[in-house]
Design a binder for this molecule. Structure first.
Ligand SMILES: [Zn+2]
Length: 158
């Protein structure tokens, strides 16, 4: 069996000294592809760098609700624009997180919708983060559809 790891954060400092070793272990047990998922500007840029460095890596770029006060959908658009043609396969992770902060629901929703619109403009799928926010996530997606229909095939037919 081959595996496709759809949600990694190998950009994080905890992997600074052992990333090659961790990736070797994963590849040794048939993990063929990885999507490194961004959650703010810096992590999104690092996701693209990983996709540049490794043939089996792809990048998702986006602003997680925790970073709603720091980064914007425009930041993600700018990152995308500077990296056209690279292996950016999704906008994410985006959505709601009410586990720790509940008093900024409106801002989280605005950022989520802006990033869904960005994904629609770029014809990319979205990767959703939803913690303690199932209903809000569902209602928002009813209100603002994610439209990507051109799913990227990450596996060759060989
Ligand atoms: Zn994540």
């Amino acid at each position: 069996m081959r595996y496709f790891e759809t949600h990694t954060h190998y950009n994080e400092d905890v992997y600074k000294d052992n990333l090659e070793e961790v990736l070797k272990k994963a590849r040794d047990v048939n993990v063929d592809k990885f999507v490194n998922v961004g959650y703010n500007k810096e992590a999104s840029i690092k996701s693209i760098e990983l996709a540049d460095k490794y043939d089996d890596f792809y990048a998702a770029i986006g602003v997680h609700p925790h970073d709603v006060d720091n980064d914007t959908a425009q930041d993600i658009y700018d990152i995308y624009s500077k990296n056209k043609g690279k292996k950016i396969v999704a906008i994410g992770e985006i959505g709601f997180d009410f586990a720790y902060v509940k008093d900024n629901k409106d801002n989280q929703k605005k950022l989520f919708i802006e990033q869904i619109e960005l994904a629609n403009t770029l014809k990319l799928p979205i990767l959703i983060h939803s913690r303690d926010a199932s209903l809000e996530t569902y209602n928002t997606l009813k209100e603002k559809r994610a439209e990507a229909r051109n799913f990227v095939s990450l596996f060759s037919t060989k």
